[in-house]
Design a protein around this ligand. Structure first.
Ligand code: S3P
Length: 432
């Protein structure tokens, strides 16, 4: 249990840089491992999830070296991955397990992928079903689609033509990794546009992929070449400080070097629509990154639904907190995917923010939130979900003199190990 930080009258101020993007960090290890030649990664996210990916690729026999400021991978292609005779443990990381299935679908040897209690309750059939069409063979006992998952791939993967039933970048990416190894042209049609880091990185590593709206075409097999990756700051981590600055009076902060690729910036659009003061400076069109300046604002409730949802899916817990402080009602719909994240985030947001005095109605596919409510102290829990933990710490800044205690705060290290220290710095409370 941890007593969470409180805010003082001075608000948040100063300049901060958040750690590297989680989605890009995972993929930079994966692409480095399956490409040929050297890949150098700068600003890699050293947090539990991405370190699992790094460790697993070492277990698969990939040469990965670490220096003070870089990760250096010597890749020898898909064909040189060696499956060990123990299970590969992804910890809490959904991105690792799902993308890995697509990568290992091209391996003839049997492999078992497992993870923590949360992973063992997350649906994998969304990846397994299309991969079976491409040639993957699943062990019989895995029909429920829950990890541990044991399967055998094939060196003769078939291309796929697939209309995705869920909006998921993890599923799309797994299929693209398999399509890179299949002989022939695969066509994947997204339900909604989701984060496109995999498509962008295929091109960065010298591959070919054609994207036309929601349709992606890729002809395999392809041989990729190592390259240099500079990982931008993670907007999904910046989101917590954006919210803190918007909500705590007298705040004004700058967050430097944030990844701002269009498929990830739904939160910025929402904040603007709610009347929040947020602006982008020094945008770098090559790296698609820039600085964000955010200041305290009076917000108003809005409706968030449809195609914007995948562009802010990981930010919904913190958007829910913003909504508790906005004037009027906020409705979030079409976000049923929240039910299968690290925890059921619709349920978790509803239960924990209600404990702190929020007025929330959970919907099958979202949340209805009444603003503006005064929040109170209490004991809340993270459900071992990093984004729930960070959202509840920002909520704790709004309860005045009362105290909020958080159970299982260690979950936060999944994506942001130095979160509390960075927040303390912005609050002017870092006495180190
Ligand atoms: C991710 C995709 C999203 C997101 C997750 C990271 C990725 O998951 O929620 O945090 O890196 O591809 P889904 O694909 O399940 O939507």
């Amino acid at each position: 249990m941890k007593e969470l930080l409180k805010s003082q009258n001075t608000g948040l101020s100063g300049v901060i840089e958040v750690p590297g993007d989680k989605s890009i960090s995972h993929r930079s290890i994966m692409f480095g491992a399956i490409a040929h030649g050297e890949t150098r990664i700068k600003n890699f996210l050293h947090a539990d999830d991405c370190l699992r990916t790094l460790q697993i690729f070492r277990e698969l026999g990939v040469d990965i070296q670490e220096t003070a400021d870089e990760i250096i991978i010597n890749g020898y292609g898909f064909e040189n991955l060696n499956i060990p005779n123990h299970a590969l443990d992804v910890g809490n990381s959904g991105t690792t397990i799902r993308l890995l299935m697509g990568i290992l679908a091209g391996q003839k040897n049997i492999v078992t992928l497992t993870g923590d209690d949360s992973i063992q309750n997350r649906p994998m059939n969304r990846v397994i079903t299309p991969l079976q069409e491409m040639g993957l063979i699943l062990a019989k006992e895995n029909e429920n689609g829950l990890p541990p998952i044991t399967f055998r791939g094939t060196s003769q993967l078939k291309p796929i033509s697939y209309k995705m039933p869920v909006a998921s970048a993890q599923v799309k990416s797994a299929l693209l990794f398999a399509a890179l190894q299949a002989t022939g042209t695969s066509r994947i049609v997204e339900k909604e546009l989701t984060r496109d880091h995999t498509e962008q990185m295929i091109q960065q590593f010298g591959g070919n992929v054609i994207v036309q709206g929601k349709e992606i075409t890729l002809t395999g097999p392809q041989k990729l070449s190592g390259t240099e990756i500079v990982v931008p700051g993670d907007i999904s981590s910046a989101a917590f400080f954006i919210a803190a600055a918007l909500l705590v009076p007298n705040s004004k902060i700058t967050i430097k070097n944030v990844g701002l690729t269009n498929s990830r910036t739904g939160l910025i659009d929402v904040v603007k629509k709610m009347g929040g003061k947020i602006s982008i400076t020094d945008f770098d069109p090559v790296n698609q990154s820039g600085n964000l300046i955010v200041e305290h604002s009076q917000l108003k409730g809005i409706t968030i639904e449809g195609e914007i949802i995948p562009r802010l899916i990981d930010e919904i817990p913190i958007i829910a907190l913003l909504a508790t402080q906005a004037q009027g009602q906020t409705i979030i719909r079409d976000a049923e995917e929240l039910r299968v994240k690290e925890t059921d985030r619709i349920e978790a947001v509803n239960l924990e923010l209600t404990k702190l005095g929020a007025q929330i109605t959970p919907l099958v596919d979202g949340l209805m939130i009444e603003g503006q409510t005064k929040l109170n102290g209490g004991i809340v829990k993270s459900y071992h979900d990093h984004r729930m933990g960070m959202m509840l710490q920002i909520a704790a800044l709004l309860v005045g003199k009362e105290t909020v205690n958080l159970e299982n705060p260690e979950a936060i290290s999944v994506s942001y190990p130095q979160f509390f220290a960075d927040l303390a710095t912005l609050l002017g409370q870092n006495n180190e």
